[in-house]
Ligand binder design. Structure first.
Ligand SMILES: NC(=O)c1ccc[n+]([C@@H]2O[C@H](COP(=O)([O-])OP(=O)(O)OC[C@H]3O[C@@H](n4cnc5c(N)ncnc54)[C@H](OP(=O)(O)O)[C@@H]3O)[C@@H](O)[C@H]2O)c1
Length: 264
């Protein structure tokens, strides 16, 4: 069983007094009882960060699993996302998310995709207001370019705390990572396995060396690179295994070897 202390203590700073757990549980494509069951297993296994979205249609189940878990609300970092086609009804959508999740605030609310390919400045202004009112602790974006982030900053004076983007050894992009850090934006990776080449010999070699599996090597690489990782699984064994990453450490050279698998 994973050490729950370790998984919740590994965090990245979001603001001077708040942090985001580096490992979260992804819930895309989980619905109904399967979603509720998977989130329950994840909380039992030690995940303290849940990633959902209005568009996933499972906020009800995520909220139910959270409530039933007995884990105090303030120990779990909850993220949901505004779909681009809800532009203009941001506040209503936020209220629906809060109601379905059964919480009085979110830890992170993201614009899921740039609305119509724009930066979505008007939506962002609503996000800023919601944060001021305490309905959401942190606000961010997903699938944004650095230029789109800069536009939000220049138009509103508020920079997204997080950009959730596709990230795996294949997507590693040093310039994007450094550019995000310069702006104070935490990179949160999605599809860590789906987007990866799980049979790559560099990854299988490291998995063999450490007696771990390739997904565990990928999760570990994210943690050591300070990138948030949110693996999804519907299977208890995988949910537990994907967070069982605290008994080995990749060397600097091994991290670089994984970085170099990128096609960028
Ligand atoms: N912001 C966005 O636009 C966006 C887009 C995509 C995803 N996301 C978020 O990121 C999360 C993760 O991304 P994802 O769901 O696309 O993909 P993922 O977590 O990279 O991979 C999930 C897939 O890998 C399988 N899997 C999980 N653990 C495994 C293991 N140890 N060994 C082998 N296979 C394993 C899962 O199958 P089983 O379930 O059968 O185990 C599932 O098919 C999502 O759930 C969602 O929360 C956000």
């Amino acid at each position: 069983m994973t050490d729950i202390g370790l998984s919740s203590q590994l965090t990245a700073p979001l603001s001077p007094d708040a942090r985001i757990p580096l490992i979260g549980f992804g819930t895309w494509q989980l619905s109904g009882d399967e979603a509720r069951q998977a989130v329950s297993w994840a909380l039992e296994a030690g995940y303290r960060h849940l990633d959902t979205a209005t568009g996933y249609g499972n906020e009800d189940q995520v909220g139910a699993a959270l409530r039933d878990s007995g884990v105090p609300r303030d120990e779990v970092f909850v993220t949901t996302k505004l779909p681009p086609d809800h532009v203009g009804r941001e506040r209503q959508t936020l209220q629906e998310s809060l109601d379905k999740l059964g919480v009085d605030h979110l830890d992170l609310w993201l614009i899921h995709w740039p609305p119509n390919g724009t930066a979505g400045v008007e939506s962002w202004k609503v996000f800023v207001e919601a944060q001021k009112e305490g309905l959401v602790r942190h606000i961010g974006v997903s699938n944004y370019s650095l230029d789109q982030i800069d536009e939000l900053t220049s138009q509103t004076g508020v920079t997204p705390a997080v950009n959730q983007i596709k990230w795996s050894p294949v997507q590693f992009d040093r310039d994007l990572l450094e550019g995000s850090r310069e702006r104070g934006v935490v990179v949160e990776g999605y599809s860590p396995f789906r987007a990866a080449k799980l049979d790559d010999p560099v990854l299988t070699g490291l998995a063999d060396k450490y007696g771990k599996n390739v997904p565990q090597v990928i999760v570990r690489w994210h943690l050591q690179r300070g990138v948030v990782v949110i693996p999804k699984s519907a299977k208890r064994e995988r949910i537990e295994s994907n967070i069982d990453v605290f008994d080995f450490e990749l060397s600097a050279d091994e991290l670089t070897a994984i970085d170099n698998l990128s096609e960028a």
